[in-house]
Design a binder for this molecule. Structure first.
Ligand SMILES: Cc1cc2nc3c(=O)[nH]c(=O)nc-3n(C[C@H](O)[C@H](O)[C@H](O)COP(=O)(O)OP(=O)(O)OC[C@H]3O[C@@H](n4cnc5c(N)ncnc54)[C@H](O)[C@@H]3O)c2cc1C
Length: 382
């Protein structure tokens, strides 16, 4: 369902339209094939670059388009509508560029934004087999040796890291300090000791690349420390504040697609008496609830990102948007499967893919339980 949002600027509407057309031309014809094969969609990224929709957060002075956060979310919604795996790949790029925006020196930005805007992929590796929600349990260690850091450890579920040119990797520089000992490093793929391990076979977002990353005595110059030593956790949290509304936008796109599919089906599919099932109030009300959830999710995203663009605190609103939009995507996609009956459950329909894809949005970038910890923590401590 295509809507014109009058609260958007003409430039925001133009970029939204551009992303919508890109999705119709390059993604919708192939998203199910990507899913079926589970192959990474690397080739399409060149097209994204040509369309000027790559590295949207990179400022103009470093060669990017420097879009505001609302504009980035409009594009993310269109990517999510087309294919959540593709949206996740591009979201992973964003995730690697946000820490640079927050803590990078001019030299770091020049070098690493440069690689991203020239078509390189970025990754963000915080999670480990024993450290997911509890990032302070990080067992990857970085030790200073003269002018170099030596990094050892294993990361897992690292999006796009099988293809990434640069990665932001979190390691403990002082394990005795827990989360306060965490630091962030920029690591290029060509560094000796960076080994891509097992590829995850996933329920959904199957054509996104999710890998284990082994770091074996990886040496990087001192200048690769991002921000201050011991401030990695703060940096990760600020990065996730920026990323969560973008995941939420992706989820809005997934929900919107499921809604469109369900509406179409409800108009066309006839019951035993030859009446379109949408004429039954039970079906029509389900559609109404689905549409309401999608729109409410979109408005929570916009609210969080307008706060961000205005430069005021938005951690709580970002977590609310992520929680609500991803729960809504899960609910709306499951409703679409239900409404479409056996066809909905079949691989002949797209809604079963949407339902599988929606699930991960409740998990990554902080589970929705963790988001509720963030929201309630702010409520109770302010
Ligand atoms: C497809 C995919 C891609 C990913 N990409 C990346 C990436 O690019 N980079 C990266 O660093 N990570 C990535 N992740 C990892 C993701 O961020 C973690 O899966 C997530 O943070 C949860 O960690 P966990 O899976 O270890 O779950 P756990 O932390 O083990 O949690 C298990 C369950 O316990 C709940 N739980 C945990 N602690 C609490 C608590 N205190 N209170 C209430 N409930 C709690 C959780 O909500 C969850 O339901 C990815 C994950 C997936 C699935």
């Amino acid at each position: 369902m295509i809507m014109v949002d009058m609260s958007l600027t003409p430039e925001q509407q133009r970029i939204q339209q551009l992303a919508r057309e890109f999705t119709a031309q390059h993604i919708l014809p192939v998203d199910r094939e990507w899913d079926e094969k589970g192959e990474f969609h690397e080739f399409i990224l060149e097209e994204v670059k040509k369309a000027g929709l790559n590295c949207m957060a990179v400022p103009q002075e470093y060669g990017g388009p420097g879009y505001d956060a609302v504009t980035q979310s409009l594009v993310a919604e269109e990517w999510g509508y087309g294919c959540a795996a593709f949206a996740t790949t591009l979201g992973g790029n964003g995730l690697s560029s946000y820490p640079l925006a927050i803590a990078g020196t001019d030299e770091q930005k020049r070098l690493y934004y440069g690689r991203l805007v020239n078509g390189g992929m970025g990754g963000f590796a915080l999670t480990e087999p024993g450290a997911g929600s509890d990032a302070g349990a990080c067992a990857t260690i970085a030790k200073l040796d003269g002018d170099e850091w030596i990094i050892n450890g294993t990361k897992c579920f690292a999006t796009t890291c099988g293809y990434a040119d640069i990665m932001v990797i979190f390691a403990s520089t002082d394990p005795s300090k827990g989360v306060k000992g965490l630091s962030a490093f920029i690591v290029e793929k060509e560094r000796e000791g960076v080994v891509v391990g097992a590829v995850e076979h996933k329920m959904g977002i199957r054509s996104s690349n999710t890998v284990e990353l082994l770091l074996k005595n990886v040496r990087v110059p001192k200048s690769h420390l991002l921000g201050k030593e011991g401030e990695g956790m703060k940096l990760a949290m600020k990065t996730l504040d920026m990323a969560r509304p973008i995941v939420a936008s992706l989820a809005v796109g997934v929900g919107r697609r499921a809604l469109d599919e369900a509406v179409k089906y409800a108009k066309e599919y006839l019951d035993i008496n030859g009446k379109p099932i949408g004429q039954h109030q039970a079906v029509a009300f389900k559609l109404a609830d689905m549409a309401t959830r999608v729109e409410a999710a979109r408005q929570l995203v916009r609210n969080a990102l307008r706060l961000k663009d205005a430069g005021v605190p938005y951690t709580k609103e970002a977590a609310m948007a992520k929680t609500f939009a991803t729960d809504a995507a899960m609910r709306v996609t499951a409703d679409a499967v239900e409404l479409m009956g056996q066809y909905g459950y079949s691989r002949d329909s797209v809604v079963e893919k949407l339902m599988r894809d929606a699930k991960v949005t409740q998990i990554y970038e902080g589970t929705n339980q963790v988001q509720r910890i963030v929201i309630s923590g702010i409520l109770l401590n302010s």
